[in-house]
Design a protein. Sequence first.
Length: 367
Amino acid sequence: MISSLHRPTLAKVDLSAISENIEQVVSHIPKKVQTFAVVKANAYGHGAVAVAKHLSKQVDGFCVSNLDEALELRQAGLEQPILILGVVLPDEVPLAIQENITLTVASLEWLEIAKKQGLDLTGLTCHIKIDSGMGRIGVRSQGDADSLIAGLKSLGADVEGIFTHFATADEADDSKFKRQLAFFTDLVNNLVDRPRLVHASNSATSIWHAETVFNAVRLGVVIYGLNPSGSVLDLPYNIRPALSLETALVHVKTLLAGQDVGYGATYTTTADEVIGTIPIGYADGWTRDLQGFHVIVDGQLCPIVGRVSMDQITVRLPKVYPLGTPVTLMGENGGASITATEVAEKRGTINYEVLCLLSDRVPRSYD
């Protein structure tokens, strides 16, 4: 999908806010650690290459989801360590070695396939994934972890790290978190051959459980200025949202009472109403369930009336405004604000998803 550069819809990314957010989190971690910025899913919609280039001298490395995301950074000239958090099948090992990309190995089955294929893992850096209770990927026992580390080393791999991921670090009830932490800590402390890097801290753990950090952290949504818990837990310090979503009015008209608006005629005017049309829709990630939400025009919250369509939405305005009048969908405008968390709550989802679903059709600009 191409970026629509010739319409007013734009996601503005404040790179300095991302740097400041990292400084804020790291300053509250009680010991020195290695810091990895998570830039998977196009840096949570912010633009992976631009964000990584900006942070290249501030962090120790980057985390991505898959091999193609890692290759995008390498092709952009980034030379820092890149850890792929998901599973890459053994077939792709030669490419990972060639591009100096660190792989996650999550099962003994992966190791057996590598052996059957006669792979030489010399030059491969990898981290072992422990499933401490998330239930997705990773080995689940001390014995499997020891066997995996020994087996990988026997094939020539550098087993640099070991890590886990917490399922409930962003929730008020920390009982599940404590069980996962205890399991992982006990496993790591009893390894026959402990890797150099040990990490379990995602954004939520780094914020609300900083005392449990090992010697590396993976900072994701928090660096983009969002509360990982949504609105469940209060942040202990301030962070600044890095992305705002803006557009402009492209059509304004007054409809008499009794006129229908949008597909399905789901909204009917009850009096003479000023209706503005805005060039954004579900193809851009502004989804249909945002009907009834609002945008900001001239510092005023204006409700979205009628259905969200593929390319356009309609809003009720307090008065007639000229074409080109700025509209804010996320961010600040005239003293009013809309956050990604508020959008998420309207949609019944999480702020992560709101940003990740902003499509490539929306251009990103950088300050």
